[in-house]
Design a protein around this ligand. Structure first.
Ligand SMILES: [Zn+2]
Length: 429
């Protein structure tokens, strides 16, 4: 962009003062505020321009174009699979089966687990992390009163829902603090600037709560295209479907957009749990489950190759009694189909972001450390299952809560928000 403006040769020419002034103004415009303005001085209506006022690895404009401008044959197709809520003896065995699937570089696929605290077994979380999965935050309490709790939550509440769970994961599951990077709000209730301020102030890397319907490869007669992850260095262009979306900027904080799926009735759904079927084929027919997942995957794979996400609560696999095997079988068959595709990488959100920050061609993907094989020794060999009863200040009306842990000494009280170590006698939260 500088080739036409050479200060040396221009200096030879005679300019009126007025012309010089115009050149200065043009220069100012060309440099943009990134070079001239101090951080935080950006005006609200400035447009994000990649490699002009926004630079990888810390800043990426929201876009439907891939961040490396790679040709499709050199662009990996990323698939992001996430599971929400507590890891328990009910779902753990199913989660363990994923360790048999490999990416094209012969390292294991990885998924992201957005964990909640109630009924969680931290020893199982430790093992999922050891197998290469990402452990991320989904709140301590997961309270089900959206209107009176999440919708009115201030920054302090968001911070405790994130930070107190992070403390528990570091303590009871021995997850390194630096490995806990992501957040998803319960019920996809995007919490506005209060929530994004909490994410940023706690030093988390990304949010994965925000669905988009407009930026998909299927919605409307001329789809806008599926959105890639981006940073909030500039006001977002993303449509706001649920909750309150941020109005401020958060430099270096990433949004992993939840690109809506198209369910079998033609309606959008951000999470699999909310996808409807025409009759009940997504409950009873594994072939229907598999073809539903493949159809949505191919919207991206056969067009822009934007990341494809499948987001689900584990309960989706257990609805409806015996018949739910259809979902487990259909989902597993979909993974088998993906594992045969040479350009498809199933990776956790944090690994996808590692590539987005350094978007190398498919052939060079092993140059990214995060894509290597990963299986350290366990640091949770002696595990305990703690039993908490009503004498330990249970937050829900049950007789007992069990909690698997990598620590040996049981906390005096059931750990909870504002009391992650269970050492305080708090009864009124
Ligand atoms: Zn949840």
């Amino acid at each position: 962009m500088w080739s036409w403006w050479d200060p040396g040769s221009r200096r030879q020419r005679v300019f009126s003062e007025e012309m010089e002034c115009r050149w200065s103004l043009l220069l100012l415009l060309l440099l943009g505020s990134s070079a001239l303005a101090k951080p935080g001085a950006r005006s609200g209506d400035e447009e994000c321009q990649q490699n002009v006022n926004c630079f990888l690895p810390d800043c990426l404009c929201a876009s439907t174009e891939n961040p490396g401008n790679l040709p499709l044959d050199q662009l990996p197709q990323f698939v992001v699979l996430t599971f929400d809520d507590a890891v328990t003896p009910t779902n753990y065995e199913f989660y363990l089966t994923f360790k048999d699937f490999l990416n094209p570089n012969y390292c294991r696929i990885s998924m992201t687990f957005f964990v909640t605290h109630l009924y969680n077994y931290y020893d199982m979380v430790n093992e999922l992390h050891r197998l290469g999965h990402e452990i991320a935050l989904h709140s301590v309490t997961h309270k089900d009163d959206v209107d009176n709790y999440w919708r009115v939550a201030n920054q302090s509440v968001w911070e405790h829902e994130m930070a107190d769970l992070k403390t528990m994961l570091e303590t009871y599951a021995r997850i390194p603090a630096e490995d806990i990077k992501g957040w998803r709000a319960p019920f996809l209730e995007v919490g506005g600037d209060e929530m994004f301020s909490a994410i940023t102030d706690l030093g988390l890397q990304y949010d994965c709560t925000w669905p988009t319907l407009h930026y998909t490869n299927w919605f409307d007669t001329e789809p806008l295209g599926a959105l890639w992850p981006y940073t909030l260095d500039f006001p977002s262009i993303q449509d706001c479907q649920l909750g309150r979306c941020p109005t401020q900027i958060y430099e270096g904080t990433w949004v992993m957009p939840m690109v809506d799926l198209e369910d079998n009735t033609g309606q959008p759904c951000a999470m699999l749990d909310a996808c409807n079927s025409l009759e009940n084929e997504l409950l009873v027919d594994p072939d229907a489950v598999e073809s539903f997942l493949r159809r949505n995957f191919e919207y991206n794979y056969n067009s822009t190759k934007a990341p494809f996400g499948l987001y689900v609560h584990h309960s989706w696999f257990y609805e409806g009694g015996n018949s739910t095997d259809a979902r487990r079988v259909g989902y597993t068959r979909f993974l088998e189909y993906l594992s045969k595709l040479e350009d498809v990488y199933v990776v956790s959100v944090d690994r996808l972001l590692a590539w987005v920050k350094n978007p190398v061609p498919l052939d060079d993907i092993d140059s990214i450390d995060e894509f290597g094989c990963y299986e350290p020794e366990s640091n949770c060999v002696d595990t305990k299952i703690f039993k908490f009863t009503t004498e330990n200040n249970l937050p829900v009306e049950v007789d007992a809560i069990y909690m698997g842990s990598c620590t040996l000494v049981q906390p005096k009280y059931y750990p909870w928000i504002y009391n992650p170590l269970g050492d305080q006698n708090i009864t009124d939260v």
